[in-house]
Write a protein that binds this ligand. Structure first.
Ligand SMILES: Cc1ncc(COP(=O)(O)O)c(C=O)c1O
Length: 454
């Protein structure tokens, strides 16, 4: 019998998952195309590796086990899997075609809709992946300012200009890497320090899990204006989740350019660059950003339907409320249980459970703590990587179920830590570090030290 969303007596059968992984690793480097979905993010031997289908806030793995999904496709699924209104729009468009030989009316209609919802969206360009539009934003900022350097904070995709600041930077020429530097979030002084006459732009996620300090985002905008650099918000996660108009609406600060993807099309591949018309007009000729699938109509139809549903059903407000209850419920639970090594941080639409080596966990590895919680949640029929990426299909009963599961699991984690037997309590291999949390993520690769001789 496959596992369901309930306290199951044993771990799920994952034979079909393991068999697919064995095939996949032979033909696909790492057996995945999205790092955050890969086998390394799940306890090997316990958690499934391949998901077959989804509906609402639930998914079924290839062995037929059912899970309450808390990752939601790593962000895009904001309404729910197999959302009827969006799927109907995709089907209707499919009847008429997918990609065409001339521009499609949906390109104009969806651009107008985005312009109406997103503050500062005087003009709009579409791409497919998040990194299409962050990279286009950086290029147009360089063209507009005539400058070269980029300051960034957060994750912005796989392209050379950005990935050079991480420890997965092989293959990026030094000449490119030397132009990008990182800044510290909520630290205006670090930006002031780094901004110079050759800085084209500051690009950052306006918020992740730490609240922006009062005046931080407005201060950034002022500083960029004063120094002649453009401010770019990377709203991959905040767009259409934190508010319909994203972080710009929520915090009342409008950047020069803003980048969106993920939630705008409920799972279809679409990304969006918005911003000042005087900057965006450079894309007409001087700055080249065109791509075959930019006007692909199924994704645009999905985006039109998704934006409509988000607005009519006031989804961002719902996510804020329900997700806020989940975050606060988690923190109240760990306070009641006297567990100081874990907490839940972030916003209703996206929060994160963190673990740290304090108290009884002083000598424990936070990744092993996270792995223990994940393996026990798998047994409860919850697919979880530490995030609560809520969607509109998640119900109050799902939040109550998850909090009940935490209530059953966290005391066992506390006991295993106290008794020093956490590693033995794991039934599989622990999860690997999330890419963005590698220790030198925000550090420029160190230049090779050239020793002076003689
Ligand atoms: C904040 C942020 N920016 C950019 C990207 C890159 O988007 P994509 O993977 O679609 O290229 C991501 C992806 O997760 C992201 O989280």
């Amino acid at each position: 019998m496959p596992n369901t969303v309930s306290p199951n007596p044993s771990d799920p059968t994952i034979a079909a998952s393991d068999a697919l992984y064995k095939r996949g690793i032979r033909v696909i480097p790492g057996a995945t195309h999205t790092l955050a979905k890969g086998a390394g993010q799940y306890v090997r031997g316990v958690a499934p590796k391949f998901v077959q289908r989804g509906r609402g806030g639930r998914v079924w793995d290839v062995d037929g086990n059912e899970y309450l999904d808390m990752t939601m496709g790593v962000g895009p699924i904001v309404l729910g899997y197999a959302e009827p209104a969006v799927d109907a729009a995709i089907r209707a468009q499919l009847e008429d075609g997918i990609s065409f030989s001339q521009t499609h009316p949906l390109e104009v209609e969806v651009a107008e809709r985005v312009a109406a919802l997103v503050p500062g969206a005087e003009m709009v360009r579409f791409g497919k992946n998040g990194c299409d539009v962050t990279t286009a934003a950086v290029r147009v900022a360089r063209a507009f300012t005539g400058r070269s350097k980029v300051l960034c904070c957060g994750y912005h995709g796989w392209h050379d200009w950005y990935i050079s600041v991480t420890d997965r930077n092989r293959g990026v020429p030094a000449a490119v890497a030397d132009l990008t530097h990182t800044i510290a979030y909520n630290d205006l002084a670090s930006v002031e320090d780094a901004l110079d006459d050759d800085t084209a732009c500051v690009i950052l996620e306006p918020v992740t899990f730490e609240e922006p300090r009062p005046g931080f985002l407005a201060g950034l905008k002022r500083l960029c204006e004063e120094r002649g650099a453009l401010l770019i918000f990377d709203e991959m996660w905040t767009g259409f989740r934190l508010a319909l108009g994203g972080a710009q609406e929520r915090f009342g600060v409008t950047a020069d350019l803003a980048c969106f993807s993920k939630a705008i099309a409920n799972g279809m591949p679409l990304s969006v660059l918005t911003g000042r018309a005087d900057v965006m007009r450079l894309f007409e000729r001087e700055v080249f950003f065109f791509t075959t699938f930019g006007g692909e109509a199924l994704s645009l139809a999905a985006a039109a339907a998704t934006m409509r549903e988000l607005e009519v059903r006031r989804v961002p407000e719902r996510l804020d409320r329900l997700g806020g209850e989940l975050r606060d419920g988690y923190n109240a639970l760990v306070a009641e249980l006297g567990l100081t090594f874990t907490k839940c941080v972030g916003y209703g639409c996206r929060s994160l459970v963190t673990f740290s080596a304090v108290g009884v966990a002083a000598s424990a590895d936070p990744l092993v703590m996270k792995s223990f919680v994940q393996q026990e949640l798998v047994r409860h029929g919850v697919l979880w990587t530490g995030f609560h990426n809520l969607c509109a299909a998640h119900e109050a009963s799902d939040v109550a179920y998850l909090l009940g599961a935490y209530r059953a699991i966290l005391p066992a984690l506390g006991r295993a830590l106290e008794e020093g037997r956490l590693p033995q309590a794991l039934r599989g291999e622990p999860v690997e570090p999330v890419f963005r949390r590698t220790t030198n993520f925000h550090v420029k690769p160190q230049p090779k030290v050239v020793k002076a001789h003689g």
